[in-house]
Write a protein that binds this ligand. Structure first.
Ligand SMILES: Cc1cc2nc3c(=O)[nH]c(=O)nc-3n(C[C@H](O)[C@H](O)[C@H](O)COP(=O)(O)O)c2cc1C
Length: 127
């Protein structure tokens, strides 16, 4: 079982840019983790800045899109900006659900909306 909280640190790399199309842009982290595939409530800090952002982090292979490589992707809540190439620190707080293969993109989007609400609630309860 994965020990939480867990701190991850890495540089934001380019993904497939599908996240923007789905409506949930993600920062892809070029880090490795020993983690169960799934979705985690998290907090993210952009190195060199003070603010800690509520976030939601997905770890896995994106089976809905027949992905194969493992990715750590963080969607920072209520954040708009370009952080490609920046160092970020991600603290995983709690496991939300396992990664799933969805039958449709709409089903994935609905699940992501639920994940964001769960991450918001977990972040709020920890403050
Ligand atoms: C909160 C969250 C939950 C996700 N859950 C799943 C999932 O259950 N199954 C899946 O195949 N992909 C999941 N993903 C990954 C998305 O498929 C991925 O973010 C999207 O394909 C964009 O990838 P890109 O950054 O490489 O463009 C999740 C992503 C986020 C941010």
């Amino acid at each position: 079982m994965t020990e939480l909280p867990m701190d991850l640190r890495g540089r934001v790399a380019h993904g497939d840019k599908r996240g923007r199309v789905l409506g949930f842009p993600t920062a892809n982290l070029n880090a490795r983790a020993s983690l169960a595939y799934g979705v985690y409530a998290s907090q993210t800090r952009i190195a060199g800045t003070e603010k800690v952002w509520s976030s939601v982090t997905s770890y896995g292979t994106r089976p809905t899109f027949d992905g194969v490589d493992q990715r750590i992707e963080t969607h920072i809540l209520d954040f708009q900006g370009d952080i490609y190439g920046r160092e970020i620190e991600v603290k995983l707080l709690a496991f939300i659900r396992p990664e799933l293969r969805f039958e449709s993109v709409d089903a994935l989007i609905a699940a992501m909306q639920g994940d964001i609400e769960a991450a918001r609630a977990i972040n709020a309860s920890g403050k």
